[in-house]
Design a protein around this ligand. Structure first.
Ligand code: 13P
Length: 280
């Protein structure tokens, strides 16, 4: 079934837990994530696009993800991650996405406020919720680039931004980066504490791949209720392909490789679901 509304996020924030938002690029990843949700009985969010649309196509990836979410035994949200395009955001809302992220982090504060507010108004009319970003999380969403964090969310500005936009969730920049990095990310928990005290909506941690569990759990104690994970799933997929490739080549068995990749993604997603639910 579709995970609608923000109650699951607010409940998670209140109980120091979080929902994972896993990025999916293709059928196998979508199936692996839904199966992990059903296996654990825990709700999950699938990030279907924006960057993955370049690979799978917008309508194609959106439809397969929405179909899988609707058919799931457990609540599955379908989310548009990091979109800067109003056309894309509104198209995904029309398709039935349960939430969208407008990423206005490269805009001036006033423009970010104005556009985020516009997205919020439209999304709320369509029964969807909105995540926004004030300061960009560095790094690439699709490949690891050894990113180093270079700017952080200001707690006072975050409070002003959330009040002015009516946004439902806020992505924070607190030392987190997208992708694996050879220099370990240093998360500024004091800053997160200050943001959590001033901002009355659930917070979102991007770039969770590679962070130690105890650091992620410390963020959950400070109102982070949605944790975005991509690289760890990509890595699991690729390692499974590598492991099975030579055997599969002997008989040109594509299905064996795709199945192994799906199984590997399922294992990682299951582990993270349980960790974020503090059920391990
Ligand atoms: P990672 O690839 O570091 O897990 O980040 C994912 C993310 O934040 C997607 O928005």
């Amino acid at each position: 079934m579709l995970l609608q509304g923000t109650a699951a996020l607010s409940d998670a924030a209140d109980s120091h837990r979080a929902l994972p938002a896993f990025s999916a690029y293709n059928l196998e990843m979508v199936q692996a994530i839904v199966a992990a949700s059903e296996r654990t009985g825990l709700p999950v969010i699938i990030n279907a696009g924006a960057s993955a649309f370049r690979h799978g196509g917008r309508t194609e990836l959106a439809r397969l993800t929405l179909d899988a979410a609707v058919s799931s035994d457990t609540p599955v949200g379908v989310h548009l991650d990091h979109s800067r395009s109003l056309e894309e955001i509104f198209a995904c809302l029309e398709l039935g996405y349960t939430s969208v992220m407008f990423d206005g982090s490269d805009l001036a504060f006033a423009d970010n406020v104005r556009t985020t507010r516009h997205v919020v108004n439209r999304a709320h009319q369509m029964n969807a919720w909105v995540e926004a970003e004030l300061v960009g999380v560095t790094g690439d969403e699709d490949v690891s680039t050894n990113a180093v964090s270079n700017a952080m969310t200001d707690p006072a500005l975050a409070e002003e931004f959330v009040a002015a936009t009516g946004v439902d969730a806020l992505s924070v920049a607190i030392g987190n980066v997208h992708g694996f990095s050879s220099t370990p990310a240093v998360i500024d928990l004091d800053r997160l504490d200050a943001i959590g005290r001033r901002v009355n909506v659930p917070l979102v941690l991007h770039g969770a791949s590679g962070l130690p569990d105890e650091v992620v759990l410390a963020c959950l104690d400070r109102r982070v209720a949605k944790v975005n994970v991509n690289t760890e799933l990509r890595r699991a997929y690729l390692e499974a392909v590598e492991e099975d490739l030579s055997r599969a080549l002997e008989t040109s068995d594509l299905v064996a490789v795709l199945g192994a990749a799906r199984e590997a993604v399922n294992e990682v997603a299951t582990r993270i679901l349980l960790m974020l639910a503090r059920a391990e």
